[in-house]
Ligand binder design. Structure first.
Ligand code: F6P
Length: 369
């Protein structure tokens, strides 16, 4: 009998529960026990936060959003924010306590479902503490180079596309420019996929720093062709040429990444100032992370979960499951966390966007087509 522990770390993504379901069911079929560690590593720090996951506990969760065991993006056991008696937050390394509990519970391995940050922590546990870990890639941003796709991304793109679709009628009725800010951190995958699919006029992504003159030129050109409204899709990590990425600061204590956001409002203000057009900005925000996973995300998540259990059976630790073509493969975690996946400037998405008349925020001469 094997005992395994599963955790979900970082921002939630539709499909997390489907991975949990597949891990529990595939383990149960092998006669193994599964435990869920609440809120990332909390269950391994405090055994009261460990929950036994049995088939009856996970019945019907595949189609639900979020994660039944909770998640956090400020729970790195190597640098954990802990409040002292004076109410001040101090950073402590509690990784040894995690290992002690892991061994005490007799866990054979830890299946860590997370994005780059969580997978990096899992890899550290493997290398520095000898924990048997298997990674499952999760992020709506789709920015992990080692896997063709991550679950949560398709749902986020579908939500964003649906929102953009709905903006057309209101933008048209008022002859307005509507600027929509979407998530994605330093990668423009959500913006470019939803922008092309939703019929945006302009798409701004982090991979192509934009030029406000080109954006205004496109809006003028629209007017010349009797189109008095426009939809601009901006990735939260996009920035103007020679300008810094706009952020909302460091965020909560213990958080590894800054909180992005604000570029949509900035672009809308610039458009309004320069063109005098009626302009509005909206931020889709966490709507993109919520709700039921699409069929595509569910299937990918279930396949990832079943594959992770297969890796556990073969004791192929310190690896991450990944999608390559239509195959499930195992990639060493070290490689998996080493590179972010960016939208290629010379790729087919950018080319398609230009060919169907979408402005990518710069003049066509600046792109290789
Ligand atoms: O990485 C997923 C993501 O949703 C990003 O697209 C976004 O920048 C970030 O998480 C938001 O994080 P939080 O929910 O902690 O504000």
């Amino acid at each position: 009998m094997k005992k395994i522990v599963i955790s979900t770390g970082g921002g939630d993504a539709p499909g997390l529960n489907a991975v949990i379901y597949a891990v529990v069911m595939a383990s149960h079929a092998r006669g193994w026990e599964v435990y869920g560690s609440r809120s990332g590593y909390l269950g391994l720090l405090d055994l009261d936060e460990l929950v036994r996951l049995t088939p009856d506990k996970v019945a019907d969760i595949t189609s639900t959003g979020g994660t039944i065991i909770g998640s956090t993006n400020k729970g790195n056991p190597f640098a954990m924010p802990i409040e002292n008696l004076a109410g001040e937050v101090e950073i402590h390394d509690v990784s040894d306590r995690v290992m002690k509990n892991f061994n005490r519970m007799g866990f054979a391995c830890h299946i860590a479902i997370g994005g780059d940050g969580s997978l990096e922590i899992a890899h550290r546990f493997a290398v520095e503490k000898g924990m048997n870990v298997i990674g499952v890639p999760k992020t709506i941003d789709n920015d992990l180079e080692a896997t063709q796709s991550t679950f949560g991304f398709d749902t986020a793109v579908s939500t964003a596309t649906e929102a953009i679709d709905k903006l057309h009628s209101t933008a048209k009725s008022h002859d307005r420019v509507m600027v929509v800010e979407v998530m994605g951190r330093d990668s423009g995958w959500i913006a470019v996929n939803s922008g092309i699919s939703g019929g945006a006029d302009i798409i701004l992504i982090p991979e192509i720093p934009f030029d406000m003159d080109e954006i205004c030129k496109k809006l003028d050109d629209n007017e010349l062709h009797n189109k008095d409204y426009a939809i601009v899709v901006v990735a939260e990590g996009a920035s103007a040429k020679d300008a810094e990425v706009i952020t909302k600061g460091a965020g909560e204590v213990g958080r590894a990444e800054k909180v992005l956001g604000g570029v949509g409002t900035w672009v809308a203000q610039e458009i309004s100032k320069r063109t005098k057009k009626d302009t509005r900005a909206l931020v889709l925000g966490h709507l993109q992370r919520g709700g039921s996973p699409t069929t595509c995300d569910r299937l990918l998540a279930l396949r990832f979960g079943a594959t992770a259990v297969r890796l556990a059976e073969n004791q192929q630790y310190d690896h991450m499951v990944a999608l390559a073509g239509d195959e499930m493969i195992a990639v060493p975690l070290e490689r998996a966390i080493s590179k972010r996946k960016k939208v290629p400037r010379d790729g087919d998405r950018v080319r398609t966007a230009l060919e169907i008349g979408i402005c990518m925020g710069v003049s066509q001469e600046e792109l290789p087509f």
